[in-house]
Structure formats: C-alpha cells, structure tokens
Design a protein around this ligand. Sequence first.
Ligand code: GAF
Length: 393
Amino acid sequence: MDEINKAQREIAEKAAKKFRHFFSEEPIVVRSPGRINIIGEHTDYNEGFVLPAAIDKAAYLAIALRDDDEIHLVAADLNEKFSISLNELKPVSDISWPNYILGSVAQFIKKGIALKGFNAVLMSDVPIGAGLSSSAAVECATTFALNELMHANLEKLEMVKMSQIAEHEYAGVMCGIMDQFASMMGKEGYVMKLDCRSLQYDYVPFKLEGIKILLLDTNVKHSLASSEYNTRRTECSQAVTWIKEHEPQVKSLRDVTEEMLDKYVLIKDKLVDMRSRFIVQEINRLQRACEDLLKGDIQALGIKMFATHDGLSKMYEVSCDELDYLVEFVRNNDAVVGARMMGGGFGGCTINLIKEEAVGALIKDISAQYLKHFGKKPDAYLVSISDGTSKIL
Ligand code: GAF
C-alpha cells in the first residue's frame, strides 16, 4: 500500500472507530476530497471551462443503514449531533453541516429512489470556509455512500449533479458544477479540463518538475460569499438577456465576445459590463492556459494566474484586502510562478505555484508580515492532487 492510501486508510479507520463507539455496528467509510482550481474562476455557471483537481484533504463519512426512517448524524470534529426523520426532511437553520448531508438525501427522494434511515459519523480535514469546497466534499461523500448502500447504480456524473442541487436547495448557494465535479471525479496527478456546458472533460497531467502547490489561507471566512455569489450570477444573466435581444443564438456568456459587450451591455450598465467582461476574458484565458500547460510553459501559465487574480479583484470584485495582500506579496518573487485567489472569494485561500526549495522561507516570511498587517496568521497547506470520491472501507 502506498503512503497516500495508507494515510487515507488511517483516517477512515478512525471514522469507523468513532462510528462503532456511537452506534455499536460496522459502517462503510466513503472518502470525498476538497478541490483546488488552477484557473477558470466563476466560469462554471456561465457554461465556460474550469481546470480543477481533487486534493489530499477530504471528508470521510462512516455510515450504515437503519431499519427505520431515522437519520442520526455525528460531526466528530465539531462534537455535534443531529437527528431527523426521513419524513420530516428539510433544511436546518441553526447549524450548517447537517444540510450538506440532508440535501443529498433529498435528491434520492426526489428521484423516487427508496431510502432507509441511517447513522453516520462525519470527519473532515478540509478546512471549513477556506474556499476548498468542504461542503461539496460532504455532499459527494453522502451521495456516493447512499448510492452504494441502496444499490442505486447511479453513474458518477449523475451523483455530481445531485450533489450540486443539494448545495442549491439545502445551503442556498446557487453554485456551478465545478466543486462537486472535482470532488467526485478527481484523479491523482491530473487536473480536469471540464466544459461546463457539455460536461465533457479531459484529464490533463499536472506534474510540474520542482513546483509545489501551496495554498495560503487568509483565515477570513467567506461569509459574504453566498449572497454576493448569487448576485454575480444575476449580473451575468442580465448581460445575457440584453445581448440575446440582438443575438438570439447566445445562450450564456460562453457565447459572448467583448464586441457584443461593447455594443449591447456597456451602454446599458457599466457594472454588469465589467462583471461579464471578466467572465468572457477568463473563459478565453483558460483556453490559452491549457495550451501553456500542455506545452509545459509554466511561466506563461503563471502570468495568466496573476491576470485572473487582477480580474477577480478589480472587475468581478470578489477578492478582499487579505487575498490581495497575499498575492501582491508574491507577485515579484521569482520562486513563485503564479498566484491568485481561488474559489468563490471574499476570503479563503490563494493558490501559489512555487519552486519547491523556496516553500519554507516564503511561508515564514509571509506569515510574519501578514501577522503584522492583519493581526492574525495565515495558514499554509502544501497540497497534492488526489483521487476523487471512493469507498475506502
Ligand atoms: C464556488 C462555487 F461553488 C463553484 O461552483 C464556482 O463557481 C466557484 O465558487 C468560483 O469559480 O466554489
């Protein structure tokens, strides 16, 4: 067994042990990872492309069916419990974590797949609120586990879609498909180029000699994220509505050019123009970044990551002072090939592609300066690209 599998198995064993402690029976354990995204931010719900990968931080769900219709949940890391009956299933308002599980359960019921009650213990080392899709990891783990236990024979892509709708309906975030896709479909050593319109995807090798993926966590929880996220979606669809009046073939910003924005959007609303212009540029930037990656031109890819950050910060306005600070800090550092804020925004992590030998010094330096500036430390995670959702035990 290699080191990675060994580490995963150890956490899964811990989750199983907790489960036996609470429920005195043997569970299965499903692992579903968090994700990074190299480039292509906020493009998924505009039917563009994204370039995510699953990481070696994951949610583990130990779970077994019951003979009645009750659901008993334990969040082991938070020391919290929650129970509900299948017949009374609805989103909970005072705590958030059960919603990711219950939202996934609801999708089985909507599909008419017979469900039983179950007991489950959740453990996760995906930092919460860090923009690494800790919620998608739980949704995918739940959907995968219930599919397994109920022998529902669902395809992975179907489970991705169900997990995305769970987030819409039970967490109230109208997310695109990237996070759930990355968590479920990830493959060790590969990023995925996903066409969010057709859902066709390619695995692209991401082995960059001497380069590490370093995430720097602002430790600002993205609390504004859900309301502002939904506002950005509305702004994008407003632009599409205006363009469609003249260009009926346009279905989403994927079909839009900057010339169309000049003609039909800029004259109506500068803010909507700026938002949608970022998306049009980002969809194009990702295509070019993929060519860089295939050619092994990591410098060119890095420059595009900085450009993405600038667009997210100044045009899409989903960054914050702390994220901007972390990116500016590394911008002229020769050891950092590329860096940008990652995910929905308003907090969470920056992703940095950095030369291996420079990692230690940068973490030390940036932590001290960030502490001086913001009165708190950033967290640093060196991540590697891992497999997607699977049954470990
Ligand atoms: C969040 C969403 F969940 C994703 O669907 C995606 O839109 C991302 O923000 C921004 O790229 O993680």
